[in-house]
Design a protein around this ligand. Structure first.
Ligand code: FES
Length: 181
């Protein structure tokens, strides 16, 4: 089974420095070119079919159009955590009136990590820090209608990262002489 790639279903391009030259594509006859285009289209359809078999509609929607992606330049707190899989997630957030008013996340991980980062961020926005810190990986998984066993740790990574950012927020607040803002 080909590994599913939720993000970016653009035409495959040969890697830089590979033996595969664009010139050889240009030299293809019209028939060969049509066959190639058909092959690529079928491959993309197959990947989409596999993604839809593996992941819920909620995961696919969130991974394909992640919300709040990026980094807040003037964040009140920011934390990055690397999971056991070697992928890293980062949350930055701003507080206003005791609630999470702005939030961004970044990840260099898999498609499900994008879905988790995005969905968890949407859940946490508007919450008080203690409420957001109480969101469990199981709650996030339920909000995404589940993930395959092999990707459930992606939800834990998102939750651990958000909690680390919230701890940072609390420590900064204590250092500034306040409690939870
Ligand atoms: Fe590493 Fe999903 S496999 S975050």
């Amino acid at each position: 089974m080909v590994a599913a790639n939720i993000v970016g279903a653009g035409s495959p391009r040969p890697p830089a420095g590979s033996d595969y030259h664009y010139e050889s594509v240009k030299e293809m006859t019209e028939t060969e070119n049509a066959d190639w285009e058909k092959f690529v289209a079928e491959l993309q359809l197959e990947v989409i079919r596999q993604e839809e078999a593996l992941y819920s509609a909620a995961v696919l929607r969130e991974a394909r159009e992640p919300q709040n992606l990026g980094r807040l330049p003037d964040a009140d707190a920011q934390a990055a955590v690397t999971g056991p899989c070697g992928d890293t997630m980062e949350y930055s957030l701003k507080l206003a009136n005791g609630r999470i008013a702005e939030l961004r996340f970044m990840t260099d991980g898999c498609g499900p990590s994008l879905a988790c980062g995005s969905r968890l961020g949407r859940m946490a926005l508007g919450m008080r820090p203690a409420e957001a810190a109480a969101i469990a990986p199981e709650t996030l998984l339920a909000a995404l209608d589940g993930l395959p066993e092999s990707h459930q740790h992606c939800a834990t990574l998102a939750v651990d990262t958000l909690r680390a950012a919230l701890r940072e927020l609390l420590e900064r607040s204590k250092a500034a002489g306040g409690g939870e803002r």
